[in-house]
Design a protein around this ligand. Structure first.
Ligand SMILES: Nc1nc2c(c(=O)[nH]1)N[C@H]1C(S)=C(S)[C@@H](COP(=O)(O)OP(=O)(O)OC[C@H]3O[C@@H](n4cnc5c(N)ncnc54)[C@H](O)[C@@H]3O)O[C@H]1N2
Ligand code: MOO
Ligand code: MG
Length: 409
């Protein structure tokens, strides 16, 4: 059994990021990965503008001004946001200005309204300002011509807003990863088929589809394949020709009907691992194929429904992130939190126990899901958001102890 961290590293080393790109509009760019760095010809802010509703002035005029030595100036114009100032501010003058409005030429400082008294066409300043107070200088956030966003950036809310502000439309992004999924097992039926004794609905197909969509990948559903080498061979051959990754569930353990690894070998796949010291998820089998120089990574995921999802969160997610061209460190992310219940494990495998992590004002706390902790029990996995980790060698983590936690939503 390979330690979890080694398995993660081994898997990540097998992945080559996608190089194919496509062009998308800003409107459909959320969740996509930039395939070229973006440089703007615009400064941010675009122009010197006011950060407050108040009065634009010359700081030189107010050097000795304060509440006990107020200064009164005529107001030469009013500048709302969106309009262009018409006058140059001379010494001894003020302009009424609003948040976001362009600074008038000649002015260098804004006095916020609360530090003034208005009297018809004049304003009395009661504050002792610093030079450039409340002025957002042209280019102080970003200078035109420098890199705005790098290749490999995931486009989420702030990035999309930046790209819109920089008028970058359309955008060059990496194509989405294509991931074939199928379920193996003679016991499997679709939700609309009748439930005869021994059968079970193929829930993994749905779990993996939802997981892939949440990761920005395109699922290619190949359905249910019986425990039969010829049919497995046909489906796997088709899958590796059409997808970047293949995720199958079931048939990777040691049972007489667990044929996946044999078929992968028969088809010329190179097996990189078939046993990881993780619970749930031990028999994860990873192979690679090279189809006309098109690399394909095959994940033979254990069939137990919780094992399947934990494997996706712990191993497939980082792999997909690297494949997608996302430049962030793809390795699993953990936080520290205090467990409110005892966490038990065998000590032989790194054990992931599901529950809910909540921020309690000063720290994260973990509440273990009630009910049976079995890799076959999907029911108590629902509405959880995190997995607490019991390391190899530990059999009991006491309530109140700090633990490593991996969040998955
Ligand atoms: N003698 C041993 N038996 C088992 C071992 C072992 O080391 N020695 N490992 C156990 C572990 S750990 C796991 S995990 C499972 C993995 O089994 P497989 O990947 O071979 O999966 P199957 O045997 O096909 O199915 C396991 C279980 O999951 C149910 N299943 C399968 N596919 C689906 C699906 N698409 N949707 C819902 N449920 C599914 C299936 O009915 C079985 O109950 O092996 C242990 N055994
Ligand atoms: O590793 Mo299995 O996934 O414990 O049930
Ligand atoms: Mg099996």
């Amino acid at each position: 059994m390979l330690p979890v961290a080694d398995a993660e590293r081994l898997i990540l080393d097998l992945i080559q990021p996608l190089s194919e790109t496509e062009t998308v509009s800003l409107e459909s760019a959320t969740g996509r990965i930039l395939a070229a760095s973006v440089t703007s010809g615009l400064d941010f802010p675009y122009w010197d503008n006011s950060a407050m509703d108040g009065y634009a002035v010359r700081w030189e005029d107010l050097k000795s001004c304060d509440r006990t030595h107020p200064q009164t100036f005529p107001i030469i114009e009013e500048i709302p946001a969106g309009s262009q100032p018409q006058k140059t501010l001379e010494s001894g003058q003020a302009a009424r200005i609003f948040t976001g409005a362009i600074m008038p030429p000649g002015a260098d400082t804004v006095i916020m309204q609360e530090d003034t008294e208005r009297n018809g066409d004049t304003v009395t300043i009661l504050a002792a300002p610093q030079p450039y107070d409340f002025v957002r200088k042209k280019g102080e956030y970003y200078q035109a011509g420098t890199t705005l966003l790098n290749t490999g950036t995931l486009i989420d809310a702030p990035e999309l807003a930046i790209l819109a502000s920089a008028k970058c439309n359309p955008l060059k992004v990496y194509r989405r990863p294509r991931v074939a999924i199928f379920s193996t097992g003679d016991e499997l039926i679709t939700p609309d088929q009748s439930l005869t004794p021994g059968k079970i609905v193929d829930s993994n197909q749905y779990a993996l589809t939802a997981f892939l969509i949440s990761q920005g990948a395109v699922p290619i559903n190949l359905g249910i394949v019986p425990d039969q080498t010829q049919q497995l061979k046909a489906t796997i051959s088709r899958a590796i020709r059409t997808a970047d990754f293949v995720l199958s569930t079931g048939g990777v353990s040691v049972g007489d009907y667990d044929y996946v690894q044999d078929v992968l070998t028969q088809l010329g796949g190179k097996i990189h691992l078939n046993s990881v010291a993780i619970k749930p998820g031990k028999p994860l089998t990873v192979a690679t194929f090279n189809q006309n120089n098109q690399p394909c990574v095959y994940f033979g995921i254990p069939g137990n429904p919780v094992s399947a999802l934990v494997t996706c969160w712990r191993f497939v997610k980082p792999a997909l992130q690297k494949l997608s061209g996302n430049a962030e460190d793809p390795r699993g992310k953990f936080i520290q939190g205090r467990t409110n219940q005892a966490l038990k494990a065998s000590g032989k495998r790194e054990t992931y126990l599901w529950g809910n992590v909540v921020w309690q004002g000063t720290e994260y706390q973990f509440n273990l899901a009630g009910g049976v902790h079995s890799s076959g029990n999907l029911i108590n996995l629902a509405t959880t958001n995190a997995l607490a980790v019991v390391p190899v060698g530990e059999t009991l983590i006491h309530p109140g102890s700090m633990v490593q936690i991996m969040t998955f939503r």
